[in-house]
Design a protein around this ligand. Structure first.
Ligand code: SF4
Ligand code: SF4
Length: 365
């Protein structure tokens, strides 16, 4: 896929936003349309995939016109284009209608029952977001007909919802949601690795054991009800690979400041600090072309679970691929670093769930 990081503008103030500090310090920026179009030309001439995706660093639907124009251009120059959005779900009727007719996969960042959603993800820091999201999800599910639109939930797990996963399954089920991916909370990206940031480390907490117990219970419960209830930790259990994700290929994520990033966690290129290893190219306005950094590409491609010392003998190496490099680099400062608690959790889940014989229908957002 090619991803467009459309804008730094956002209408929510989520309490754990992974890049809120980074965005606050910046002047609002959006991806220039000419760079987005050049990105499509480049991607379509070098890949067979025609999947385009809209993502942060802020809320993509806040740049509705831009999103519409990019999609129109992609459909003009490519056959069989599919469209994916990751959104906070807080948008009005014009966006809603456009999504109904143009989008194939819509992931809503949605943290569960209204009390949790409203606490974690308030509109403008003040107003509840659950009523707007509920109404948008229900409207899309009611009207989608045979358009092939999937509306799923992408849930950030925090101390607030860890023990309420079964209840969350029931709540989403009632809204018509059938695909849910959960993500354990990770520390936000700043200017230094988390391991060197004592303040951030002291504020971060996540009870992995509690998450796993409740996750497994909710996973089986959801399965009985006909829902898919995934975890970021099992995102490669549906096949074999010695790499974790698209960041290892890499594929382009165009940033609002004109860079090419490999990862969702690195949304601006100019000052990527300790995350700079993910910035593998830049738009050159003079030549009107993308310039790629071959050393960075080689570094990302070289990160495989059959080469990293901590992975070589791990029973999960082909069903994990060395875990999310974005989180690993952010937390350890190294592309080949390790998150030991997460590794233990992945191996435990592999033992409990085994592998899946068919690929997941919808990949982790
Ligand atoms: S490295 Fe992690 S955050 Fe980045 S794209 Fe891959 S899975 Fe997503
Ligand atoms: S679980 Fe840990 S040690 Fe095993 S492959 Fe994944 S990152 Fe490597």
């Amino acid at each position: 896929m090619i991803s467009f990081f459309l804008t730094t503008r956002c209408n929510l103030n989520c309490i754990y936003c992974y890049n809120i500090e980074e965005r606050k310090k910046l002047q609002e920026r959006s991806l220039p349309l000419d760079i987005a179009k050049a990105g499509i030309d480049y991607f379509f001439s070098n890949n067979s995939s025609r999947h385009i995706r809209f993502y942060g660093p802020g809320e993509p639907t806040q740049e509705f016109d831009l999103m519409r124009q990019i999609t129109e251009y992609a459909k003009l120059v490519g056959d069989g284009v599919s469209v994916e959005i990751q959104t906070n779900g807080v948008f009005g009727s014009a966006v809603k209608e456009w999504i109904l007719n143009n989008v194939n996969i819509l992931w809503m960042s949605f943290d569960g029952t209204p009390d949790i959603q409203n606490y974690n993800r308030p509109i403008g820091g003040k107003y509840p977001s659950a009523p707007v999201i509920e109404s948008n999800v229900q409207w899309l599910n009611k009207n989608k007909g045979d358009r092939g639109l999937m509306v799923g939930a992408r849930v950030t797990m925090t101390d607030r919802n860890i023990c309420r996963q079964k209840e969350m399954v029931d709540y989403f089920y009632k809204l018509g949601i059938r695909y849910i991916w959960t993500n354990p909370l990770f520390p936000a990206v700043g200017t230094i690795p988390v391991c060197d940031d004592k303040q951030k480390l002291s504020k971060y907490s996540f009870d992995m054991e509690k998450y796993l117990d409740n996750y497994l219970e909710a996973y089986h419960y959801a399965k009985e009800k006909g829902l898919f209830y995934g975890s970021f930790l099992i995102c490669n259990f549906d096949g074999e690979a010695n790499i974790n994700c698209r960041a290892c290929l890499p594929v382009p994520h165009l940033t609002p400041d004109g860079y090419v990033s490999a990862c969702d966690m690195v949304v601006l290129g100019e000052s990527a600090f300790h995350m700079d290893c993910f910035i593998y190219g830049k738009w050159d306005n003079n030549s009107r072309q993308f310039v790629f950094y071959q050393d960075k590409i080689a570094g990302l491609r070289n990160r495989t679970s059959d080469k990293m010392l901590h992975c070589i003998h791990c029973e999960a190496r082909l069903h994990c691929g060395g875990y999310c490099l974005g989180e690993v680099v952010n937390e350890t400062g190294s592309l080949v670093g390790q998150k030991p608690t997460t590794c233990k959790a992945i191996r435990y889940l592999l033992k409990e769930l085994g592998t899946f014989s068919v690929p997941y229908e919808y990949l982790h957002p």
